[in-house]
Write a protein that binds this ligand. Structure first.
Ligand SMILES: Cc1cc2nc3c(=O)[nH]c(=O)nc-3n(C[C@H](O)[C@H](O)[C@H](O)COP(=O)(O)OP(=O)(O)OC[C@H]3O[C@@H](n4cnc5c(N)ncnc54)[C@H](O)[C@@H]3O)c2cc1C
Length: 664
């Protein structure tokens, strides 16, 4: 039935002001207004259709992406959209494209690493898309280990140029998005060599293709690296391979904000501190954390709506069967993910603040918070993207068999999302960086250096090593200080245990390698503490709207207690809580799930996603799932004919026992 809201009875159960929650989710009334307007603009324009994406061949799929990118830019210009509106519009088009790397990596790299003159020259071209850029760092042989990159960039003082070369097969650039077929330019990372001396890896702006006929420039071999995981998904992106054969670029195309090469070929550090470039990394990782909340909330929205529609078992006395959302096991899998989506939203919001704070301090030559900010963005990127990838897959399972259909929207969402665990820093490598920071923090405690920011709790390490939770009944776990105390003690104790074990090794690096699993766990505990504490901080703010704050408190407790329950071994083995207190936390969780249940649909409606953006029959706003699933099946190309192509040649001979004579 068209026009009927099959989930109206669920929406009526909500005990809070959904519109007010929409504002909290969006970040402000203004952000909600813009995102609502942009998402509707995209949804109502047939040019942005994407429901057929999983069935398109690679070439058609890719061409379609190019058309959408060009059309989006046309609309942005026609409607004179602001930068904020344009970026929202692009995100609602919801198709990975070369533009993501252009805006998300190429432009920020120039902004972060270029001099004033370079900004003046390159940014206007990039902003109008008169040039299209990508970010070419990773090589076939090296990704995580950036210092292992092999591309050479040698200064030639005779011509005042750099010569870029790929000396080995493994030095081929491999993976950069937008590189394969589209980018005209790239920020290329290679080893800078002047006068025979290797100065390590630096960034250079390199033109790859002609701006007239798009052919690769002399000495450049470039192409796409091939199909990737899933249907549709990230195959809309032209991840590329690139080789240089002694390609020459002018000297002023080295990104020279922090170091430069003079006309005479001298390598000099500028008076701009090297740490400034870390600002870009903090920015990029902060957007990845915000995107994690978006991807997870999409999956959760689909799984929650479908769980309210889907009924299995339990029909009694002529009543319908039970909605699967009423099963406690379904709630215990789904609601922590719902809570995580909100938790990641708020930690992402906080990271935005952190980025501005870091930048302000950097401008004032204050680098004191930088190592901490760097470690914390690395850790949060790792934690949120891993949890989101696992969460999307869990949502697919929560939707049973139908979740496996592309029309559920979940397989493509998963396939698009999972590489986030790898790019912008492999998640394990990042946690190891966090662990290094934690170990350094502990080693400096004795020297009187006060830990700042998210490691400030380490300053109370002596007290945290001794503390005991005073939880006596289940409701005590609703007290934020009880939760914080347990998470801080667990994180501190895990780190201290690692530091103690490390000190037994005569060679610290050997110890670090040997203990890396424990170090990763300590880093994870630290990052979970950050998410919990930022959620709690958010709740200290004035949050208007009937029942909004109360529900957020419920979600915050679910996030914390779910992790406490999941990692109970940590909390018990470090002696932060007793097994009785662990079991009280579990009791409290059950009660919290019951409080979410009537509000579940309202809480996912608050994400304010259009059906176009969700692209899921199971997650339709109106809950009209079955007729639409049935309709969708008939659209599959296999159903174009009643008898499939291949029947006469292969199946008929089988049925008629004539395989021996068949031409196979
Ligand atoms: C979809 C996608 C898009 C990408 N886009 C771009 C782009 O636009 N530009 C670009 O330059 N690059 C891009 N990349 C490349 C990406 O940044 C790298 O793949 C990433 O940095 C990981 O490096 P790697 O592939 O070398 O993995 P590896 O480092 O080889 O990882 C392999 C395994 O080794 C483990 N490992 C590695 N080092 C350590 C260690 N020290 N200790 C313990 N374990 C370790 C890892 O955890 C992992 O399990 C993209 C990648 C993907 C998948």
């Amino acid at each position: 039935m068209e026009g009927v809201d099959h989930l109206a009875f669920e929406r009526n159960k909500a005990q809070f002001d959904v519109d007010a929650m929409k504002i909290v989710w969006a970040g402000s009334s203004h952000a909600l207004e813009v995102s609502d307007r942009m998402s509707r603009l995209v949804a109502s324009d047939p040019a942005f259709r994407k429901d057929n994406r999983a069935m398109l061949g690679r070439k058609e799929l890719f061409k379609n992406t190019l058309r959408k990118a060009a059309y989006a830019l046309k609309r942005i210009i026609e409607l004179r959209l602001s930068e904020e509106e344009a970026s929202m519009l692009r995100s609602f088009v919801d198709e990975p494209a070369f533009t993501d790397l252009h805006w998300g990596m190429f432009v920020p790299a120039i902004k972060g690493q270029g001099t004033e003159e370079q900004l003046k020259k390159w940014l206007p071209l990039a902003q109008k898309m008169q040039i299209i850029g990508c970010y070419a760092q990773t090589e076939l042989g090296h990704g995580s280990n950036v210092q292992g990159l092999e591309t050479t960039v040698t200064f030639d003082p005779k011509t005042d140029e750099f010569v870029i070369h790929s000396p080995t097969l493994t030095s081929s650039k491999w993976w950069p998005g937008g590189l394969g077929k589209i980018s005209t330019h790239a920020v290329v990372y290679g080893r800078l060599i002047t006068d025979g001396q290797d100065h390590g890896v630096h960034g250079f702006i390199v033109q790859l293709r002609s701006l007239d006929d798009h052919l690769p420039l002399p000495g450049i071999t470039v192409g796409d690296i091939g199909m990737k995981f899933g249907n549709g998904a990230y195959n809309t992106m032209d991840n590329g391979v690139l080789r240089f054969d002694h390609v020459r670029i002018p000297r002023d195309q080295m990104l020279m904000r922090v170091s430069r090469v003079t006309r005479e070929g001298k390598y000099v550090q500028s008076n701009v501190p090297r740490q400034l470039v870390y600002g870009t990394m903090v920015y990029v990782r902060q957007t990845i954390v915000s995107d994690a909340s978006t991807a997870l909330s999409r999956a959760v929205c689909i799984a929650t709506r479908y769980s309210a529609v889907r009924r299995q078992f339990g029909a009694t006395g002529g009543n319908p069967e039970s909605q699967v959302i009423d099963y406690k096991t379904q709630q215990a899998r789904l609601f922590p993910l719902l809570a995580s989506a909100y938790a990641f939203r708020f930690v992402g919001e906080w990271l935005k603040w952190l980025y501005t704070d870091v930048m302000t301090r950097l401008q004032a030559n204050d680098f004191s918070t930088l190592p901490e900010a760097h470690a914390c963005t690395a850790g949060l990127k790792s934690l949120t993207t891993s949890a989101t990838s696992d969460g999307i897959e869990e949502c697919r399972k929560l939707c049973g068999g139908h979740g496996y259909l592309c029309s559920s929207g979940l397989p493509e969402l998963f396939a698009v999302y999972v590489p986030t665990c790898t790019y912008e820093g492999d998640n394990i490598v990042l946690l190891l960086q966090v662990a290094r920071h934690l170990m350094k923090t502990i080693s400096q405690l004795g020297s009187g250096k006060k830990p700042v920011g998210t490691v400030a709790y380490m300053g109370r390490v002596e007290q945290l090593m001794e503390s005991r939770s005073d939880v006596q009944k289940a409701e005590d776990w609703l007290n934020p200080s009880a939760v914080l105390g347990a998470f801080e003690a667990r994180a501190a104790r895990k780190s201290v245990a690692c530091a103690k074990n490390l000190s037994k090794f005569s060679n610290p690096e050997e110890g670090f390698l040997e203990l890396s699993n424990d170090l990763v766990e300590a880093a994870r505990a630290h990052c979970q503490l950050i998410v919990v504490s930022k959620f709690i901080d958010k709740l200290q703010q004035d949050i208007p709207g009937k029942g909004v704050k109360q529900l957020l408190e419920v979600l915050c407790s679910i996030y914390a207690l779910f992790h406490l329950h999941k990692h109970l071994g940590d909390f018990l083995s470090t002696g932060c809580i007793t097994s009785k207190q662990g079991s009280l936390a579990n009791d409290q969780l059950r009660s919290l799930y019951s409080q979410v249940r009537p509000n579940a649909i309202g809480l996912v409606d608050a994400f304010n996603y259009t059906d176009h953006y969700l692209s899921s029959i199971l997650g339709r706003y109106d809950g009209n799932v079955y007729p639409k699933l049935y309709e969708e099946a008939w659209k599959d190309p296999l159903n174009d004919s009643v008898i499939p192509d291949g029947f006469q040649e292969y199946i008929r001979p089988m049925l008629k026992q004539q395989l021996r004579n068949a031409r196979l």
